[in-house]
Design a protein around this ligand. Structure first.
Ligand SMILES: CC(C)(COP(=O)(O)OP(=O)(O)OC[C@H]1O[C@@H](n2cnc3c(N)ncnc32)[C@H](O)[C@@H]1OP(=O)(O)O)[C@@H](O)C(=O)NCCC(=O)NCCS
Length: 186
């Protein structure tokens, strides 16, 4: 059955623009996605420039953090079925902070710049509301990750805080990190 999130993906993907947009199918993660998804995440974290995972984090630890602990994990696939992107969604805090969710997004390097993260983030906002969340918070957006910052701002996230030297960038050393926030339902 088509969900509201499916409709949202169609709307995002059909948006006219100067370049043909990727038309990712976004669906729930299945365990047989791991052989394709694991290496994309592993390579991203090993670079040490966007997520706080130790660059030496094992595939098993990544599986636990990205698949087992979150409330849900989704993947983006090409029309041919290749897994090219992902997001997780989970409560950012327990108890009285649990109405605010946190998400993480990764897109395979060879298909970046085609709107896949945009589609994933819009999908996650619809999913968040379905799951009962009222806002979304990104806790550690690396200040040198300009593509991500521009993207989240374009999708309505505000920079609400700057954490001096909070991220130990693998090649640049200590750099600031941003807290970004979007109210989804009032
Ligand atoms: C950050 C990340 C998720 C963005 O993914 P992406 O799929 O490349 O993002 P999008 O394509 O939706 O948008 C990125 C840019 O491409 C542009 N774009 C989108 N579709 C395009 C197309 N068809 N042709 C050219 N450019 C396009 C967007 O307008 C955006 O432009 P901008 O950088 O000037 O704002 C990805 O680079 C990534 O996985 N990085 C490593 C992990 C990471 O940083 N995660 C986020 C942590 S906060």
């Amino acid at each position: 059955m088509a969900t509201a999130a499916d409709a949202m993906v169609a709307r995002v993907s059909d948006r006219p623009g100067p370049h043909p947009r990727a038309m990712p199918l976004i669906r729930r993660y299945r365990e047989d996605d791991w052989p394709a998804l694991g290496p994309i995440l592993h390579e991203t974290f090993a670079a040490g420039d966007t997520y706080a995972f130790d660059p030496a984090t094992s595939l098993a630890e990544i599986h636990r953090a990205w698949i087992e602990l979150p409330a849900a994990t989704f993947v983006a696939c090409t029309p041919e079925g290749r897994v090219v992107g992902t997001y997780y969604i989970k409560a950012n805090q327990p108890g009285l902070g649990s109405h605010v969710c946190n998400c993480g997004y990764v897109v395979a390097p060879d298909v970046q710049g085609r709107g896949i993260a945009s589609a994933l983030c819009e999908h996650s906002q619809v999913e968040a509301i379905t799951l009962g969340f009222r806002a979304m918070q990104f806790n550690l957006v690396v200040s040198t990750n300009q593509r991500a910052i521009r993207l989240w701002q374009r999708l309505g996230f505000a920079i609400v805080g700057r954490l001096p030297n909070a991220f130990r960038h693998r090649s640049l050393g200590f750099v600031d990190a941003l807290v970004m926030y979007k109210v989804l339902a009032s």
